[in-house]
Design a protein around this ligand. Structure first.
Ligand SMILES: NC(=O)c1ccc[n+]([C@@H]2O[C@H](COP(=O)([O-])OP(=O)(O)OC[C@H]3O[C@@H](n4cnc5c(N)ncnc54)[C@H](OP(=O)(O)O)[C@@H]3O)[C@@H](O)[C@H]2O)c1
Length: 334
């Protein structure tokens, strides 16, 4: 079976190898992978910037495929079922705990950039019928993180104002989820063409954060001095002060990423004065994934795929994502 392995730091060090298929144990399913999608985290992992990984390890958390073999005692699946492995193989429901936090695909455990994989029967979810494998491969991390942030943590409701930073995978899903809930949306990007694309997805207000470095002031103007109810904070400590400036009294900032770097002189007292709810988000559970799939199916939410690469072009795909040229998701067909 062909797979990619992280053996050393750097995209060029990623190695395509032939590995023995794993044994199938009771309670497990064998999945033939058809597609994987990339997340910023995968770039960090491949470049050796994602903590200490035990190598060799197969990268990428997000994939979609088809069950080709059932282990003993597996009753809830059949051969041919279309499934996505879940990001945290051990997080099925409730709150994330110590043990489950160490079961992330493409980090603690082998990921999905391979021709087939063995997963626990409760470590996969059914793919909605209307989605292709390429589209479904975008859901496990990026979409679920946005869903967890806005729906589970934020409890969004129609009429809420939502701010998304940048036009990467998580932010574009957040835009789609916010529109699906009847929210007023503001999104930023460094690229005017990308901002035009966000308008086609329903963005109500757009801001070029390169041309307008004080984008928080623009958010305040748009919201007539009130601020937004939710911020999808993917920038990190460096953008956090402006995200907090942009949020309303009692508003909610979902702390998700670090696209703008790790350093900052952010003062947490600003949260106190505005009674801001700051909530860390780490992807989501299987139960959240299933709820999201139900809502996506009813609303026919389609992941925004920028470009599809072949399996042999995986390094080019990672470099394309690293360059930030994409809008939404970058996919690898397997
Ligand atoms: N906590 C979690 O569970 C979780 C889950 C998924 C992702 N994440 C994190 O969330 C972040 C986003 O992940 P992703 O996979 O969606 O990333 P991505 O698709 O690679 O996003 C890339 C885009 O981010 C935007 N960007 C870059 N620097 C920015 C800045 N200073 N301000 C605003 N936007 C900026 C750019 O958009 P424009 O080209 O439009 O400017 C760029 O194209 C990453 O830090 C990732 O590690 C966390």
């Amino acid at each position: 079976m062909k797979a990619y392995q992280i053996v050393d730091k750097g995209i060029d060090a990623l190695k395509q190898v032939n590995v023995q298929p794993e044994d199938l144990k009771a309670g497990q399913v064998r999945v033939k992978m058809h597609a994987a999608s990339l997340n910023y985290r995968d770039i960090m992992a491949v470049k050796g910037d994602y903590g200490e990984l035990e190598t060799p390890v197969i990268p990428c958390s997000d994939g979609a495929g088809e069950i080709v073999e059932l282990g003993k005692d597996v009753k809830n699946w059949k051969v041919g079922d279309r499934v996505c492995p879940i990001f945290f193989q051990g997080w099925t429901d409730g709150a994330l705990g110590n043990a489950a936090a160490k079961t992330a695909l493409g980090g603690h455990m082998d990921g999905v950039l391979r021709e087939e994989g063995v997963f626990n029967a409760n470590g996969v979810v059914k793919i909605p019928d209307y989605l292709s494998y390429e589209e479904a491969a975008c859901l496990p991390c990026a979409a679920l993180t946005a869903w967890h942030a806005l729906v589970v943590s934020g409890g969004i409701k129609s009429g809420d104002k939502v701010l998304m930073l940048g036009s990467g995978g998580v932010s574009i899903f957040a835009l789609q989820i916010a529109k699906m809930h009847g929210c007023e949306t503001i999104i930023t990007s460094s690229d005017d063409d990308k901002l035009e694309k966000t308008k086609k997805l329903g963005a109500d207000h757009v801001i070029n954060y390169k041309k307008n470095p004080d984008w928080d002031k623009q958010v305040m103007e748009i919201t007539k001095g009130k601020g937004v109810d939710h911020v999808i904070e993917v920038g990190g400590p460096h953008t956090m002060p402006k995200s907090v400036n942009s949020v309303s009294y009692g508003g909610h900032v979902a702390v998700i990423g670090l696209l703008a770097g790790k350093d900052s002189d952010f003062n947490p007292l600003s949260l106190l004065y505005k009674v801001v709810k700051l909530q860390g988000i780490y992807v989501g559970s299987r139960a959240m994934f299933e709820d999201m799939n139900t809502a996506f199916t009813v609303n026919e939410i389609r992941p925004q795929i920028d470009k599809v690469f072949t399996f042999d072009e995986a390094k080019e795909a990672l470099k394309y994502q690293e360059a930030g040229k994409h809008f939404g998701k970058v996919v690898i067909k397997i």
